[in-house]
Write a protein that binds this ligand. Structure first.
Ligand code: GLY
Ligand code: MN
Ligand code: MN
Length: 368
């Protein structure tokens, strides 16, 4: 992981003697820990990674996950694993930090409990925020990360192709969500990257709707938004369907969202300010009868997290770079009626983008 440690250090605004990433307990894990320490299994609650400017990484872990940690370290001569009981963690940190005076922390994820522990263990240290450097390093993916994201997207696409065959009258949103999650695991996922969204009819007007007991009835629109985890890296995909008889309005809505997505795709290349991707999709929707019904940013970075640090919004000035991986997910939301969102995952290439998700996204009316 020397390259990743160095990548973070190169992006610091001001030098630090060492950088410390401390995991708390679920759900307060700091995914930057797993960026620096590429270990395929385990939660590593309470574990700490200490990164040094020369690229070396010390990992202080509990006996609980020592086996996975040592196995991962075998593949990387720059990673050094130290096993310590919880009450010996501070002493182990002190050893790894040696004489370091200025220490970088991920203020964006560090819990207050950890900040207090560190401050009382090392009153002589100066703690500075390095969350921006971590975010920037994580935002352009290396080849190993892209490979995992590609596989996570493939799992999502495989399930997307199966969803139409799962639609039947009377199935509930929760049952359909369970099928989607089961199938992701059958296709090789380690889990879901967020709580699966299945929204029937008017529920689809809310982008982050949580599925419930609503039953599928002819005439409903359907939004399914889900994602797989593969070796800690995620996908995020949405497909929208129509169940039962033709509905010209929902067809027009779907076609508008498709055009918005194509307009967004057309902007993606290195150097483009992220906001232009959003604005291109919004312009298509705002020129339609559904003006103003795109109610969120048109995409976000994905990686170890499903919302991996930043995204396209109307004010996102940062430029796209090769190796960034994003969703592109325009939607139209019609309160009381339903919604359509189409979401795909892309990687920015040297001259454009490559789609990672491949499930058909055209309008599909499934016979009831
Ligand atoms: N799955 C939540 C989102 O698309 O951002
Ligand atoms: Mn998304
Ligand atoms: Mn999504």
């Amino acid at each position: 992981m020397k390259d990743r440690v160095r990548k973070v250090f190169e992006r610091l605004d001001a030098p630090v003697d060492a950088l410390l990433v401390a995991n708390s307990v679920e759900p307060h894990l700091d995914l930057s820990f797993f960026y620096l320490f590429d270990v395929p299994s385990g939660l590593f609650e309470g574990s700490v990674a200490v990164a040094h400017a020369d690229g070396e990484l010390d990992v202080i872990t509990s006996p609980l996950e020592a086996q996975s940690a040592e196995e991962a370290a075998k593949h990387d001569p720059h990673v050094h694993v130290h096993t310590a009981e919880r009450d010996a963690t501070e002493a182990a940190i002190a050893q790894r930090l040696d004489g370091a005076g200025t220490i970088g922390l991920n203020f964006a994820e560090l819990t207050h409990a950890w900040a207090t522990r560190l401050a009382s263990a090392r009153p002589q240290s100066r703690w500075v925020d390095v969350s921006a450097a971590l975010r920037k390093a994580r935002s352009t993916k290396d080849a190993a990360e892209i490979e995992r994201l590609r596989r996570a997207a493939e799992i999502g696409s495989n399930v997307g192709r199966e969803i139409p065959s799962l639609l039947r009258p009377g199935i509930t949103e929760l049952e359909l969500a369970a099928e989607i999650e089961y199938r992701m695991n059958r296709h090789g996922a380690n889990g879901r990257s967020f709580s699966t969204i299945v929204a029937f009819g008017p529920h689809g007007a809310e982008p982050h709707f949580q599925p419930g007991d609503a039953r599928l009835a002819p005439g409903a629109s359907i939004v399914c938004d889900y994602g797989a985890i593969h070796r800690r890296y995620v996908s995020d995909i949405t497909r929208s369907f129509r169940f039962g008889p033709r509905d010209d309005e929902m067809r027009a809505v779907h076609e508008t969202v498709e055009r918005a997505q194509q307009a967004a795709f057309a902007k993606i290349r290195p150097g483009t300010p992220a906001r232009e991707v959003h604005l291109a999709a919004a312009a298509v929707i705002d020129a339609s009868p559904y003006k103003g019904r795109l109610i969120h940013g048109v995409g976000h970075s994905i990686g170890l997290a499903v919302h991996d640090g930043w995204g396209y919004g109307p004010k996102a000035d940062d430029a796209l770079e090769e190796g960034m991986v994003f969703t592109v997910e325009p939607g139209i939301y019609l309160p009381g009626k339903g919604g359509v969102r189409i979401e795909d995952d892309i990687v920015v290439t040297h001259d454009g983008y490559e789609l990672l998700t491949t499930a058909p996204r055209g309008y599909l009316e499934v016979a009831a």
